[in-house]
Every structure is written in structure tokens, then in C-alpha cells.
Design a protein around this ligand. Structure first.
Ligand SMILES: *Cc1c(COP(=O)(O)O)cnc(C)c1O
Length: 233
């Protein structure tokens, strides 16, 4: 008896859906990175996903990520997708290759300080609160360019793109949110700030990843679609 999630079938289905969404919008599916979001998922299921080809793991809490990072031997890329507290930056930079959730200057400053001491730049995405929901972190769309300019002054930060979380509404209703972020992404790319490159557009979750891909996402973050529903906290 095995009543865990069928990760193989789930991944097959996700890959097919990403492929189709990419082709619909004239894009190459291979340019889209799948980040498997593993919050609350036990290590043995994460390892199964890795055996099935997952190369990028996303976590939203430093504490939980540390335990799993210690237990998982395979070489994968770790992504921090949740809100990062300044007092956890030291631990976070030991684990995560990319932090998707830079949302305030004080965090940029702490990342810069610790990255400077380690001799390795901190690679980050700026989180934008496109929908403006009070419960979501992120800089506001109208302030994003000014924020990028300010963080470009930090010499030990490598800003590599933007991230957003769309509201939980019918998938088609997220399109305007993704389109708005894509527009900011393009403006930021042509702004030419030092140490700011727009390489990654991190948008799309289980509810809305096909729309996000159609609107230009090249990094989708999927939990439920791969591992099934999470336990209600
Ligand atoms: C949990 C989480 C995800 C994955 O959510 P699903 O809806 O389960 O795919 C993606 N991004 C962030 C920031 C998350 O916290």
C-alpha cells in the first residue's frame, strides 16, 4: 500500500502543461525552470522528486530548509521563496543560491553585509506586490524601479530578476498581474543599473502557472501540483 502522492505522474503532468503553455506563446519550454516548493514535504518525498529529475528546491522557512539541507545529499539548487528575516540571513546564505524575496532596504543591507564578509555575492530577486494585497510582502509596482536603483548601490548583491505571488483567484484573472510584472521586468532590464540583470521572472504557482508561462515567466514555483495538498496548519 502506498497512499502518498504519485510524484512521477504529477511531474509528468506538470511538464506536459508547461510545454503546452510555452508552445502556445511561442516559447522554448527548456528556458523555464521548475522550482519544486517543498515546504512541509518530508525528505523522502523530496528525494523521490530529485530522482525524477527535479533540480531546484524552494523553501519558505530558513529553519525547515536547514534541516532538509543537512539531510539531502544530492546536488540541487536551493531557493528561498518566503519572507526572510534579517536575523536569518547568515544561515540563509549558507543554503540558498537564490533568494526570491528581497522586499526591503534593511534586508538588502544585511544581505550585502554578510555576503561581503563571505566573499560571495548574494543572488536575489526583488519581490513585487503587484496585487497590492495587504497580506503580501513585496515592494509596490510603482516603487520597483526606484528600489532597484537603491539596491544597485550594494556591491555584494547580485539582483537577477523579479518575483511575485498572484492572488488566489481563478487562473485567468491572474493574467493582468503577470503582465504588469513582465512590463516592470522589461523596464528594469533597460534601466541599466549596475549589478542588476533581469534574468529571472519568477511567477506562477499551482493555481496559475500556465497563465504565468504564457505571460513570460521563466521560473515557476510549484508545490501542490507536485506533492499534493499540504496539511492545513
Ligand atoms: C507555497 C509557495 C509556492 C507553491 O505553492 P503551490 O500553490 O502549492 O504551488 C510558491 N511560491 C511561494 C512563495 C510559496 O510560499
Amino acid at each position: 500500500m502506498n497512499d502518498g502522492p504519485d510524484i512521477r505522474a504529477n511531474l509528468d503532468s506538470v511538464r506536459l502543461r508547461v510545454d503546452r503553455a510555452a508552445r502556445r506563446s511561442g516559447r522554448d519550454p527548456s528556458e523555464i525552470t521548475l522550482v519544486a516548493v517543498t515546504k512541509t514535504v518530508p525528505v523522502h518525498l523530496i528525494e523521490e522528486a530529485i530522482r525524477l529529475g527535479v533540480t531546484d528546491i524552494g523553501e519558505n522557512r530558513v529553519q525547515e530548509a536547514r534541516a532538509k539541507f543537512g539531510a539531502i545529499q544530492e546536488t540541487v539548487r536551493w531557493h528561498m521563496v518566503g519572507r526572510l528575516q534579517s536575523n536569518k540571513v547568515g544561515h540563509a546564505l549558507k543554503i540558498f543560491e537564490l533568494i526570491h524575496s528581497l522586499d526591503r532596504l534593511s534586508l538588502a543591507s544585511e544581505l550585502d553585509r554578510i555576503a561581503g564578509a563571505s566573499g560571495r555575492p548574494a543572488r536575489v530577486l526583488v519581490q513585487v506586490n503587484v496585487s497590492g494585497e495587504a497580506t503580501k510582502s513585496g515592494v509596490s509596482p510603482g516603487e520597483t524601479l526606484a528600489f532597484l536603483k537603491e539596491v544597485s548601490a550594494f556591491e555584494h548583491l547580485s539582483v537577477e530578476g523579479l518575483m511575485t505571488i498572484a492572488p488566489l483567484v481563478p487562473a485567468e484573472d491572474t493574467r493582468s498581474c503577470f503582465r504588469a510584472l513582465r512590463r516592470i521586468f522589461e523596464e528594469a532590464a533597460s534601466a541599466g543599473f549596475p549589478r542588476v540583470r533581469m534574468s529571472y521572472l519568477s511567477m506562477g504557482m499551482t493555481n496559475d502557472f500556465e497563465v504565468a508561462v504564457e505571460e513570460g515567466s521563466n521560473m515557476i514555483r510549484l508545490g501542490t501540483a507536485i506533492f499534493g495538498p499540504r496539511p492545513v496548519p
